[in-house]
Design a protein around this ligand. Sequence first.
Ligand code: MOS
Length: 754
Amino acid sequence: MKYISKPVKRVDAKEKVTGKALYIDDIKLPFMLYGAMVRASHPHAKIVSINTERALRKKGVVAVITAEDIPGEKNVGNVKKDQPVFAYDKVRYMGDGIALVVAESMEIAREAAKLVDVKYEVLEEVFDPEEAMSEKAPKIHEDGNIIVYHKVRRGDTDKGFKEADIVIERAYKTQFVEHSYLEPEGVIAEITENGTVKIMGCIQNAFTTEKDIARVMNIDISKVQIIQTIMGGSFGGKDDVMTVMAARAAVAALVTGRPVKIVNTREESMLESYKRHPYRMYYRLGLKKDGSISALEAKIIADGGAYASTTPFVTWRSNVQAAGPYRVENVKVDTYGVYTNNVYTGAMRGFGSPQVNFAIESLMDEAANELSMDPLEFKIKNGLRDGDITATGQKLTHKVSLIETLKKATEASNWKEKRILLKKENEKSERYLRGIGLASSLRGVSLGAEGADAAGVEIKVELDGSVVVEMGLTDMGQGIKTVIAQIVADEFGIPLEKVFILPYDTSRVPDSGPTVASRATTIGGGAAKEATRRIIETLKDAVRETMGVKEVEFKDGYFLSPRGKMSFKEAIKAAFSQGKPLNAVGWYKAPPIVWNEEEGKGEPYFTYVYATQVAEVEVDTFTGKVKVLRVVAAHEVGRAINPQMAKGQIYGGVAMALGYALLEEFEIQKGMPKTLNFDNYLLPTAPDMPEVEAILVENPDPLTYYGAKSLGEPTNELLAPAIANAIFHATGKRLRELPMNLEEVYLGRKLERG
Ligand code: MOS
C-alpha cells in the first residue's frame, strides 16, 4: 500500500487554505431573496395570533411565510416528528421560529422581522428535567414529558450490593454545551424549472434532511436534491437544525418562486441550535475488599429540551456504555430523556458518552481511593479483557485493547513516579498544586442498534485512467474525502492525484444514512473498497477477453496473465471497447448486532474501540484556575488509514474536551440564554492548550475492511474525568459538576449570571 497507513496530505487542503472554497454564505444565485426569522418571545406560550401586515408594508419585503404556507406535514424530526418547521399552536423554547420574512436583502428582512406582531398566551413552564418528569409538571408535548426510557439489566444488583464490603453513592452533573462550529448555519433553496426542490447548505446529514423536506413539501423524495456545500465544522451540530432551516427556505422558495437564502447570525445560531445534553447521573457502586466490583446501579436523566431530536439515540448510547469498560456482573441502569422548555439538545461529538464517562470515570477514581488503591491498579484489575462479557451481556470476540491503552498512556506520562513525586512537591507549595489523573473508555463503533448501518460509494473510471468518486457520506472537516481517495488510489494502484471526489449530492448516490457515530472510515471505507473490487472484476474480464486467457491477477497497478500484462489504463480502454460498464456502486453493510430493548440486554455494537487519557494539571488555589500541563492520549483505532489525520482528531478532541471540562457552558436561566456569542461563551484558545502526546494503538479488527474502527468521537469523551481526577490528586477536592471553572474549583459551586 502506497497511501494507506501513510500521512497523506488532505485532498481538500488547497481550496481551503487559498480561500477558494465556497461556503454557503459565499454563494449568490440570480434573483435570490433573503429570509430572516421571527422568533419566540416566551419559552412556553400559546400562539394567539400572528399579524404580518406591518412587515409586509415595508419596502423590499416580498413575503412573510408561516406554517399556513406549508404544503405538506408541519412537523419534522429525526426520531419523533415533534418539531414544527414554523411554530403554529405554541412555542416551546426561545429559539422557536414563528415566521420567515423574505426580502430583497438580508438587512431589510431582519428589520422587517421586528415588525411582525405575535400575540401569546403564556403557559406554565418547566426548566428542570427532574421536575419535568413529575406527573404535576406542565406538559410540553401532548404525550407527556418523557421522551424516552432505556435500561440495562445484568445479574442481580441486590445480591451484588449484599456481597459488597463498601458501597458508594455519588451524583454527577453536566452542562449545556454549544458546538461552536466557526460557520453558522445556512441554506439556499430553490424550485428548479422541472419542479425539483434543490437545496444547498452546510447540512451534515443530507439524507435525513431530504426525507423530511419531501414530507414538508408533499413531493416525492426523488424530487428533492440536496447538495452539501463545504462545511465550516459541525461536530454533530448541523443535523436536524438544518432540516428545519432547509424546510423554511424550501417553503419560502415555493411561495415566492425565487431562490431563498437563510443564514443565521452567531446570536441566532446560539439561540436556535441544539446543544449537548446536560445530564444528572446518580450512581451506586458495590466494592469488595479485594478490589473487585460487585454491583453497579445508575439512574441517568438527560435534559432533552423542547424537542426530541436525537435524544432517543444519544441516551441509548449513554445507557449501554454507562458501566464503562469494566467487568461488572450485576448491573442496573435506567436512563431517561426528558422534555423541558430549555433549548433542545441533540447530537454532539461523543453523543452521550462524555457525560456518562465523566460520571463513571470519576466514580472509578473515587472507588480506587476508597480502597486505597492506585487508580491504574484498580483499572487493570477490573478492566475488560479478551473474551470478557460487558454490562449488556456481550461477549467480546475482538482484541480488547483497554489494558494496552492503559499501559501505553501511563508509561508515556510517567504515571507511577508522578503520582508520588507531585504529592511530595505539593507539600512545599503555598499556592500551586499539581496532580495527575486518568480516564478510560470503551466505545461502540458506528450506529449499533440506532438503525440500518450501511453506505454506498460510486466509482467511475475514465478512459485516461483517472477516477471519479461519489459517496453517500459527508466530509465536514474530519477528512473522509482524503481517506476514501487513499483507499481508491491504493486499490487501483494509481497516484492519489488521479482520484477526484465530487461534492456530495443526494440525487446521485444511494441513501447511506447519516454521517455520524464516527462511522465514515469504517463503513464508507468498506463501500469504497467494494466499489474498487467490482471495477477490478470487470477489468479482469476485459483482460481475459483481450488476451484469451483464464487466469488474471491484479497487482501493483497491472493485470498479469500468462500471456503478458496490461496496465490499469489499457484494461479500461479494453473494457470500454468491449462495451463493459466503467462504473460500479460499492455497498457495505456493518456486521449484525442484537439489542433487546425490553430486557435491556444484547450486543449493541459489533465492535468497540478503547482509549485512555492521562492529564497532568496545576491548580492555582488562590483563584481556582486549572492549567492543564500535559495530556497523553492513547487511542485504539483498529488501523489508522491516515495516521497524521488520526492524530489531528486526537489533538482536536482534546482541545474540545478541555473546553467541556473547564470553561464551556451555554448558560440558560428560566429558558433565557445568557450567552449568545463568543465574548461570553468561553472556548479554549491556543494559550489554554497543553502539550498533547497522541498515541495510536493499532489492533486491526477482523470484522472491518483494513481493520479500521472509530476515532473522531472517542478523542472527545475522556479528558473531563481525567482532569477531575487530576484535580482530586492535586487538592483532595472532588468535583462532580462540569464545567470545573474558577467558581467550581475555588468555591465548589457555580455563580449565577444576572
Ligand atoms: Mo454525531 S454526534 O454522531 O454527528
